[in-house]
Design a protein around this ligand. Structure first.
Ligand code: AMO
Length: 437
């Protein structure tokens, strides 16, 4: 009888290779071959690195592989200061593990990807292999890890809420409808109802998951499916507890990136924002500051316009030494029915957005926890509380003062990496025109 023992092959670590003496074995994909006449430089792409190898044709004969093949090479690691990693592998032998049927349609070994948005996304499965492109998703890996590790350490419990739902949580028309065995259903716009329902269960919860927005917005900021990083916490004293938690989470995450993703930060030329004192500015004051500082007339008090957000980012960088800025007290009319109004001025809510470099990356705030108040606000908005019976169980059967936030993973990634279109920060973006690849 065969059995499986839990001892996987250890992942290939660069240091082990670098310090190797004697034979080394390396599996990877042929990234590029440069014929130097007599010998060739073979760049092997592993899951983390591009390793320079040397193929001596006089000794080994013709190359048995070509670009994009998967190979296993054996050889010796030799110190070589001119190689990017500080060493190279002198190949003694190679086995082809898998052959590509065709050469890639895009060059993956040039410094930059010079493709139009359409071609880039059409060839996405291949373009993602480019070192600069895949670095964006290593960054994303670090961001999710930071969020998860920090919140777990703060006693948050990770949850997974349904994405097929019977009612929208965020209001508005931007919701995908679905035929669910003959009944009307929707794709979740956010885990809002469920994370609130979990506060009386665990006190603190978080979720990293897909959400769906049917917004017909063909902009650089909107996706129709994105990854929402949400948390919700009970027994708060104020909505500022949420802002403090987010700032601390970001500080932790940026520390993790500095420690474990330094190669990614370098490749993408990322300077991480300062998090030691993030400014906070109320909505109306934010509008007036932008108007005063940059001469942009206020056109509406309904919401912040994208240009105002951009200028506010500039203001934070110029005056506060960080591209991060919290805008607080959004107008009640601009926030969903679950937002708590400010008792001191019910025309505004105890809510906030966090902007990074002039783009909203987070929305959050305190929620209504009192049953009568929540039903009252729904009625005031012309909603039928009967349609939200299961959501209202949270309030009816008791829930502590609580609040939380939703952070858009792709927007955060794009802003940190200086990417001007959020599509490039989604592996396989879904927008109005793209369902493939
Ligand atoms: P909101 O709708 O503001 O709030 O979304 C929260 C964050 O999600 C990101 N985001 C988007 N990213 C890409 N494409 C989109 N179409 C898109 N829409 C939103 C943004 C935004 O800040 N339930 C609340 C959050 C909460 O209060 O807990 C919510 O979903 O980064």
């Amino acid at each position: 009888m065969r059995t499986i023992t839990p001892e996987p092959k250890p992942p290939l670590r660069l240091n082990a290779l670098r310090d190797a003496e004697g034979p080394v074995e390396l599996r990877g994909m042929v990234h590029n071959i440069r014929d130097m006449g007599g010998f060739s430089f073979v760049l092997l792409r592993t899951g983390r690195h591009i390793v320079q190898c040397l193929w001596d044709a006089a000794r080994l004969g013709e190359l048995p592989f070509r670009e994009s093949d998967s190979v296993c090479v054996t050889g010796r690691a030799v110190r070589e200061p001119r190689a990017k990693l500080g060493f190279e592998i002198h190949i003694d032998g190679a086995a082809v593990l898998s052959r590509a049927a065709e050469l890639p349609p895009v060059t993956l070994y040039k410094q930059n990807v010079n493709l139009s948005l359409d071609s880039h996304l059409a060839y996405r499965p291949v373009v993602l292999r480019h070192p600069l492109v895949r670095a964006v998703f290593r960054l994303q890996d670090g961001l999710c890890r930071g969020f998860r590790e920090y919140l777990t350490a703060q006693d948050f419990t990770e949850i997974h809420s349904p994405k097929i739902v019977s009612a929208g949580a965020e209001g508005g028309a931007n919701i995908f409808k679905l035929d669910y065995f003959g009944r009307r259903a929707f794709l979740a716009q956010s885990p809002q109802f469920y994370k609130q329902a979990m506060v009386p269960v665990f006190g603190r919860v978080f979720e990293i998951g897909p959400v769906f927005r049917a917004e017909p917005h063909d902009t650089c900021r909107h996706l129709n499916e994105y990854t929402s990083m949400d948390f919700e916490m009970g027994f708060i004293d104020s909505f500022r507890d949420i802002m403090t938690m987010e700032t601390a989470m970001l500080a932790y995450t940026f520390g993790l990136l500095r420690e474990e993703y330094a190669d990614v930060l370098e490749l993408l030329r990322i300077t991480l924002p300062a998090t030691d004192s993030v400014p906070e500015i109320p909505f109306h004051e934010a509008k007036e500051t932008v108007a005063r500082e940059y001469g942009r007339p206020i056109r509406t008090y309904a919401d912040l316009e994208p240009e105002e957000e951009r200028l506010l980012g500039r203001w934070a960088s110029e005056h506060c030494g960080t591209p991060l800025v919290f805008v607080t007290h959004y107008p009640t009319a601009a926030r969903p029915f679950y937002a708590m109004d400010d008792p001191a001025d019910p025309s505004v809510t105890l809510s906030f957005d966090l902007l990074l470099d002039g783009l909203e990356i987070t929305t959050g705030g305190q929620r209504i926890h009192d049953y009568e108040s929540q039903v009252g606000k729904m009625l005031g908005l012309g909603m039928n509380p009967d349609e939200f019976e299961s959501y209202l169980m949270t309030h009816r059967y008791g829930t502590p003062p609580h609040g939380g936030l939703g952070l858009g993973l792709e927007r955060l990634t794009a802003q940190l990496a200086g990417i001007d279109n959020v599509r490039y920060a989604a592996l396989f973006p879904r927008d109005m025109h793209r369902l493939e690849p």
